[in-house]
Design a protein around this ligand. Structure first.
Ligand SMILES: C[S@@+](CC[C@H](N)C(=O)[O-])C[C@H]1O[C@@H](n2cnc3c(N)ncnc32)[C@H](O)[C@@H]1O
Length: 305
């Protein structure tokens, strides 16, 4: 995530790759190119394949990183397809890869994308133009139970049943403000620090973009393209994503995946990574003060064996 031109935890990201760059690198969520820029500045001679679903963000990143010439190669696509994309571009056995999950400040701050409950816009929420489901379709077509389950599972919103009942009552809902008004009628207006629509909007965004499915699949695909001693770093912004990353890294680093009750290992699992930071890294107080959107960031790094 970035605010203006500030990527989240830039120093920590640069440091995470000090053992393996300069070299070939995949920025799987290039966004506006903030992390790619920091890495190319720190490790001259590196070549970065910058992937993003969002063609508009990619065009801005390409412009911003034009001073690096052919060392920055933008590709409009999903990090889940990194195997095909990287081999097509001659990026075989990369030295490092980064996922900075969630949405960019460009997406959040562009009114017509529908990500923000602070601006009135059509209910879209797709990261790229090619996704075939919009938030509006989910809001207007899902049953009340399906909506409640989705808002509970992806938003961790315990008032999901009340909210889904209000949504179904107010349908058709075509705009972000229409959705906010249904949510507020169910749970009241903002009282504390968190806006009552925050969790429902998060849930819809995750569902529209299949974010959790992509993280699971993407981590596997990224590990495949990284060479031995290369590194993979992931910044996540909510517990659902971070849990997937933590569990994936933990099981890839483990020499046994047998159930606990089994006394003798029968799986012969071979670890494929070393966990670099056992304790998750968080942004400094200073960074959170300067960029409040960084406050929920969690960084995990592994090294391929
Ligand atoms: C938090 S922003 C990245 C910001 C970036 N690190 C920077 O410094 O500007 C996350 C980006 O990931 C992109 N994204 C989300 N899911 C994706 C996927 N499956 N494949 C590629 N990009 C994806 C979004 O479009 C968004 O631009």
């Amino acid at each position: 995530m970035e605010l203006g031109h500030s990527p989240v935890m830039p120093r920590e990201i640069v440091d995470a790759f000090s053992t393996c760059l300069p070299g070939l690198f995949v920025d799987g969520t290039v966004g506006l190119g903030g992390h790619s820029e920091a890495l190319l500045d720190e490790y001259p001679g590196s070549q970065i394949l910058g992937i993003d679903l969002d063609g508009k963000a990619l065009a801005l990143a390409e412009k911003k990183l034009s001073r690096f010439g052919a060392n920055f190669l933008p590709v409009n696509g999903s990090y889940c397809d990194v195997g095909e994309i990287s081999s097509g571009k001659g990026f075989d056995g990369v030295s490092g890869a980064l996922l900075d999950l969630g949405l960019s400040s460009l997406q959040l701050d562009t009114p017509d994308r529908g990500f923000s409950f602070r601006m009135d816009a059509p209910l879209d929420m797709r990261f790229g133009d090619s996704g075939d489901v919009t938030a509006g379709q989910i809001v207007n077509r899902y049953s009340q139970d399906e909506l409640a389950n989705l808002i509970f599972a992806y938003g961790e919103e315990h008032r999901s049943k009340k909210i889904s009942a209000a949504i179904v009552r107010d349908r058709p809902i075509s705009s972000t403000y229409g959705l906010v008004s249904a949510i507020e009628s169910a749970v009241g207006k903002k009282k504390g620090r968190i806006h009552p629509a925050t969790k429902t909007f998060q849930a819809l965004r995750i569902a529209v973009n299949d974010e959790l499915g992509n993280v699971k699949h993407g981590l596997e695909e990224l590990l495949k393209v990284i060479r031995s001693n290369g590194r993979l770093a992931v910044i996540s912004y909510h517990s659902l994503e971070d849990r997937i990353v933590k569990n994936f890294f933990r099981s890839e680093a483990s020499s046994c995946l047998c159930p606990r009750e089994r006394i003798v290992c029968e799986c012969n699992h071979q670890p494929s990574v070393r966990v670099i930071n056992k304790k998750v890294k968080k942004p400094s107080k200073l960074e959170i003060e300067a960029n409040s959107r960084s406050r929920s960031a969690r960084l995990r790094v592994v090294e391929k064996i």
